[in-house]
Design a protein around this ligand. Sequence first.
Ligand code: GDP
Length: 599
Amino acid sequence: IPRERIRNFCIIAHVDHGKTTLSDRLLQITGTVVESKLQNQMLDSMDLERERGITIKAHPVTMTYFYPKDKQYYQLNLIDTPGHVDFSYEVSRSLSACEGALLVIDATQGIQAQTVSNVFLAEKHNLVLIPVINKIDLPTANPELVKKQLEEILAIPADTAILASGKEGIGIDEILQAIIRHIPPPQAFPDQILRALIFDSVYDPFKGVILYVRMFSGKIKKGEKILLLSTKKSYEVKEVGIFNPKMVPEEELYEGNSGYVIANIKDPSEIKIGDTITWETGGTTSPLPGFQEIVPMVFSGIYPLNSSEFEKLKNAIQKLQINDPAITISQESSVALGSGFRCGFLGLLHMEIVQERLRREYGVDILTTYPSVVYKVYLRSGEILEVDNPSKLPDPSTIEHIAEPLVKAYLIVPSENIGELMQLISEKRGSCETTETLDQNMVILHCLFPLNEILVDFNDKLKSITHGYGSMDYKPAGYRISDLVKLDILVNGEPIEALSCIVHASKAESRGRAIIQKLKERIPRHLFKIALQAAIGSKIIAREDIGAIGKNVTAKCYGGDITRKRKLLEKQKEGKKRMKTFGKVDIPQEAFLEILKTD
Ligand code: GDP
């Protein structure tokens, strides 16, 4: 198929607006997957993604479509993009592999914050947008309202919008034809020199690193010597192919194609997403645009619950990082927790997903520390430190002041919830700079927040106040000096490093109380009394005690029933496995997890 009949596109949508369902329909109608084989939601392959309704990895698929107007076959390459704010860097790199995008909007929900931010991103990449108003089968669908929003908020002509239902299969052919008509074919580079953009990579234990590429010019085939521009390393190509939707080897990939390249790359760290592939000899020296440095925003310590599992954890984290280069890791050790890792994430959701995958896919029992942002600590000596770990905070007497990272957020919310939201915003030390009316029901708020405040539960609270109708997105907005202190949690006088956090002085007491309350509810009684304290330096600001208990758990079995007794003991052993001992106190892992949700 010649370049003129290739289209590279992606789908951008707010979470739950139906991107996956629609993608499945496109695959089905183009015969890429046969209906009977169409597993629900082909593209979202990870269980975790399915549960949370988000797509983490960009995953391309090549479809062939017969266009009835000119009776020709077209190659349509769909490059998947994640919808959540945490992953906007992945959205961005998928966009740089496309010439156009379907903008899917739920007809019952209208435009949401992520829709707006994704449209901005797409426009930055000069993509042609095709608006798709989805879920029109629902009785509450209001396509007219969405059209109005399209024009008023995004300045996209509403008459170009396609009414569709991924679920009922309405408007699917229309979408495919609009892709062919409106999205331009890939541009040609007249020199025919190999230029391919690496927009993602995965690691396969047998094949090594598999590069997901978008061909911009020239050809690539087996046996050729290629060079990666940023690392200047060369490799021999072992296999090239397309995703259909499974990997299918091809003779060659040529300009306009999207597919994969396997080149005997054993070490995933040699690969930079956004890098350009060219020939080893006679190649180009100027990289394709699309490279974006990934900056982690949230840090947390990850430790094996059982210190003998350190190697297992190390392996698991390294494997995870291969498929998710957005994670940064460095080894660290702590007196209380032993050896572990300090990991950087794009946001809190990203962090939760990584932690969950370590547990589920790699079966490592881990303990994670309270998430932290990167603070700038100005010392009296004039030195400036960047601290992402509360336990690394220097002695308070040496600190001049501490600055915290801010984010510019925009919230799209129902106007009727404004009152309650303003309260939430001020609770989170945010300020609202401007409000814009979106339509008769919705408003856009432009706010400034300390990142640290919206990390843990802001999104959940926003959703609950707005009954799911509110949405938000944010981007970094520099630093501001604030009155920040280090809050320590002590169990029987011993500080639990994993629970230390840096908080605004005005919140230290309530945060401290909340944490020790959760601990009190979750630490089982011991043979001795346990004191739980929250402290700033040497000042105790909150305290709770857990009374002593002397009884054996089996005591109430009255001796008789041996199987019941054994069951109880086994259960107790099981519980033990998930405990971490501090001093003489066993703290269940669950308590740590629960505290992460505290505020
Ligand atoms: P994604 O998060 O954007 O990938 O959204 P999904 O495709 O997973 O869809 C989210 C939810 O909306 C699922 O429960 C789907 O069954 C439902 N859904 C998707 N498309 C339609 C549609 O056209 N009509 C209706 N009624 N429901 C849909």
